[in-house]
Ligand binder design. Sequence first.
Ligand SMILES: Cc1ncc(COP(=O)(O)O)c(C=O)c1O
Length: 391
Amino acid sequence: MTAQATSITTRLLHADEGLADPYSMAPPLHQSVNHSARDADHLAEIATTMGDSYYTRRGNPTSSRLARVIADLEGAETGLVFASGMGAIATTIMALVRAGDHIVGQRNHYIGITKMLTDLMPGYGVETTRVDQRDPDAFAAAIRPNTRLIVLESPVNPMMHLTDFRAVCEIARARGILTACDSTFATPINQRPIDQGVDIVMHSVTKYIGGHHDLLAGCVVSSRAVMERIWDLSMTTGAIGAPFNSWLALRGIRTMELRVRQQNATALAAARLLERHPAVARVFYPGLDSHPQHELARRQMSGFGGLLTFDLKGGYQAGIDLIARMKLARNASSLGGVSTVVTQPAVLFAERLSPETLAEQGLTPGLIRLAVGIEATADLLEDLEQALRAC
Ligand SMILES: Cc1ncc(COP(=O)(O)O)c(C=O)c1O
């Protein structure tokens, strides 16, 4: 790219250097498991270094291209693509600690991360402490001499709590502890954690980056030194991304900024509508003035995301009725795609989690999670309003 592009979309469309065929308008798909070497020296080189032209479990040109694009957006040196968001997160955490080490995480996380911190890592001899992410001092207080990693996630579903990256990373850096943040909900459009001191950024590419409900993938970006440690373990776990999914994600990411801007606008409008509605007890969205961490959201995010939650006064049955009446929102899992998805977590978790865990995670019976798509804002608001009449 010759001109200095300031728009992310322009950069995404034109910064994709090194197309094999310079006249092709789309990146190539390298659906090849192995690559041959020019000679013995070349073979020795590609077989022993972090690269993308030897064997696809160790790296693939299409996946590397996706990792490069995400690393560029996040301001990282390099990255790796995984089979799923959890593949990325689990490999990262496991690569950076050993038995006898300690991890500080948050009380609220995506459930897969919580499970890693509460079940998996302790089983491998790694101690973990989970703290209230809203309080940077709680991170400082939890640090021990053997703390090697702080796992962050912001914003976090369902209560949309935020973590103050600058404050927590200052504490971590002063003690030589790495910080790794799941930034899936914010996307690289709304938040750049590395600019604020975070060492490692992890994404479920399945969500906003892919954006079309058609692929499962994950990504981690960081410095080359950290990524080499994660790459080393990824060759053993084999949770590496499939080239075709990376290719789909490369297509999705080209329109990510447009999608996310639309999702930001619709989510904010929906949050404001819900906040005024008599059937709604509370709305959780970092873009609302009423969000307890709104000031922090304004400081560290450039948009507030497409995900919001709200608590219906009518409880469990009101949630069932609302979802049944919504015409544009699909009752499905996941988020971040072009179509709006609505879920009532209590339907899934009421039987599986203890009352204490449900309360700790803010999963009240009438809680609804709305992950807005790119439908016209007015259409979605109208649908929401007509469905709320049932509550
Ligand atoms: C915040 C967050 N992180 C990680 C994941 C895991 O991603 P994947 O489903 O791609 O493994 C999810 C999935 O819902 C998520 O919401």
